[in-house]
Design a protein around this ligand. Structure first.
Ligand code: NDP
Length: 254
């Protein structure tokens, strides 16, 4: 019997678009309380009103620790507790590494790595206090395999992978049987993500084919019901042969 999601409170960062938005819609349909965080207030407000009373929109930049603390506080004020926290907010910085402006290295690290570190810290503190909870970090296949022109992005996602795997082991060794830390590793998926990557130096770093975002959304919903250490989702997942003239290094690393 699948666990009910009715009344479960889920914080989702990066809920204004792509995976986060899809996860929010599906969770709300299943009766969960959803806390939608992103910088674009108008988008999360519109999404929250379409989800009804069980949704709260909180404008927050995950790269700012005080804003992530405020996000958790507003979620607890409204719903009394947080059961699941999904660190999904993330941006890509693509192109030849030496063409990427230094300021963008800071921005991608603050968003993808520090945002996930802050969210994990705050969520786990809350879960430890109540003895239960599920933390889901959206890493990437770029957090396991390196691709050319994805180096800065990959650095942040490898770090997210390390954080997530470490925390998974840590909560178990601390004896928290009801706290779960899960990593999600999507392959290239068709979301607006590629429109925000600042594709420096004109290298076509867009991977093909792009998978459908519903696959990632469904994998995350399954993970909430049945927490696993990790799930890999996408067109190339599970040992499917990879061929790409753009990325000859793919096959070396599989
Ligand atoms: P989208 O661009 O559609 O969504 C990214 C979300 O992150 C938006 O809601 C955006 O909201 C939010 N966001 C970005 N920066 C910040 C910030 N500083 N503070 C708060 N929110 C922020 O991309 P996806 O849905 O595809 O990406 C979701 C996650 O999945 C990311 O971590 C991405 O790296 C990862 N991923 C994506 C893959 C893909 O191929 N699409 C593959 C593997 C992993 P706003 O701009 O309103 O703040």
């Amino acid at each position: 019997v699948k666990e009910q999601l009715q009344g479960v409170t889920v914080v989702i960062t990066g809920a204004s678009s792509g995976f986060g938005k899809g996860i929010a819609i599906k969770l709300a349909e299943e009766g969960a309380n959803v806390v939608l965080a992103a910088r674009r207030t108008e988008l999360i407000k519109a999404l929250a009103s379409s989800c009804g009373d069980q949704a709260l929109a909180v404008t927050a930049d995950v790269g700012k620790p005080e804003e992530v603390e405020r996000l958790a506080g507003e979620a607890i004020d409204k719903f009394g507790r947080i059961d699941v926290w999904i660190n999904n907010a993330g941006i890509g910085i693509l192109g030849s590494y030496t063409d990427v402006p230094l300021a963008d290295l800071t921005r991608v690290t603050e968003t993808n790595l520090l945002g996930t570190m802050y969210g994990s810290h705050i969520a786990l503190r809350h879960f430890k206090a109540k003895g239960a909870g599920t933390l889901i970090n959206i890493s990437s296949i770029s957090g396991k395999i390196a691709f050319p022109f994805y180096s800065a992005y990959s650095a942040t996602k490898f770090a997210v992978t390390g954080l997530t795997k470490g925390l998974h082991l840590e909560v178990k060794s601390e004896g928290y049987e009801h706290i779960h830390v899960c990593g999600v590793y999507p392959w290239a998926t068709d979301t607006p993500w590629f429109d925000h990557t600042g594709n420096y130096s004109g290298h076509t770093a867009r991977m093909q084919p792009l998978d459908r975002p519903e696959h990632v959304v469904d994998a995350v919903i399954d993970l909430i019901r049945n927490p696993q250490e990790e799930v890999e989702v996408g067109a190339y997942a599970k040992g499917t042969a990879v061929s790409s003239h753009l990325f000859p290094s793919f096959t070396d690393q599989m």
